[in-house]
Design a protein. Structure first.
Length: 224
């Protein structure tokens, strides 16, 4: 997230990159690098956005954030909430399981935004699969390229900026299967989707998808 981004669109865009489906998406944007001069403002605005989302029963049309899929996943996500706090991260919003009568029959965790996150924290390095955002400050483009790539995963990534040259530079440098610029989770059957590093092999959708079903045959003929 660069300081020159359109923040009105970037706040909900970055928020729903991880809060959608309660974070249970393989390409969720859980690590958010924010340029330092807008760090406090942007983190506060994303936390405010998350606080305004309605958490509840998925069958209620007014619900925006539903429950986690199982008790096991609830234990995993709340475990990471505890680990984040123990390692020194600060929960600007959320941070604990939702309780009370309205949440008694499900596994509900509110949209959570952690600030003061360091690159080596577990909440910044592991896949949580919950509505948990780790906000990390950065100072310049060269630095954030190195730090963004310092992970064993590489499925989805996003760049928020009005500067076309920054967008192209990051799109080329980031080691991830998808790079979304000023949007997130855009999909089309004609566009291949897949990951780098520990985020999987091969691609789905696009011509690459069809190639996964084909066998290549080599025929060698030696003439006299």
């Amino acid at each position: 997230m660069f300081a020159d981004a359109d923040l009105e669109n970037a706040v909900p865009g970055a928020g729903m990159a991880v809060f959608a489906n309660s974070g249970q998406i393989c390409s969720a944007g859980t690590r958010l690098f924010v340029e330092r001069r807008i760090y406090d403002e942007f983190v506060g605005r994303v936390a405010h956005f998350g606080n305004g989302l309605k958490v509840g029963n998925g069958t209620d049309p007014k619900t925006q954030i539903g429950p986690l899929v199982s008790e096991q996943q609830l234990e995993r996500v709340t475990g990471y909430l505890s680990v984040g706090k123990q390692e020194g991260a600060r929960a600007v919003s959320g941070g604990d399981r939702l309780t009370g009568e309205a949440y008694a029959r499900g596994y509900f965790v509110p949209p959570t935004v952690f600030a003061d996150v360091r690159d080596n924290m577990r909440i910044a390095q592991d896949e949580i699969f919950g509505p948990v955002l780790s906000a990390i400050p950065f100072d310049d483009i060269n630095e954030v390229i190195v730090r963004a790539n310092a992970t064993s995963f590489g499925l989805g990534s996003g760049v928020w900026t009005r500067d076309v040259s920054k967008a192209h530079r990051l799109a080329k440098a980031i080691r991830a299967g998808s790079v979304w610029v000023n949007c997130y989770q855009a999909m089309d059957p004609a566009v291949p989707f897949g990951g780098y590093k520990m985020s999987g092999y091969g691609r789905e959708s696009g011509l690459q998808h069809l190639e996964e079903y084909l066998n290549v045959k080599a025929v060698w003929i030696k003439t006299a």
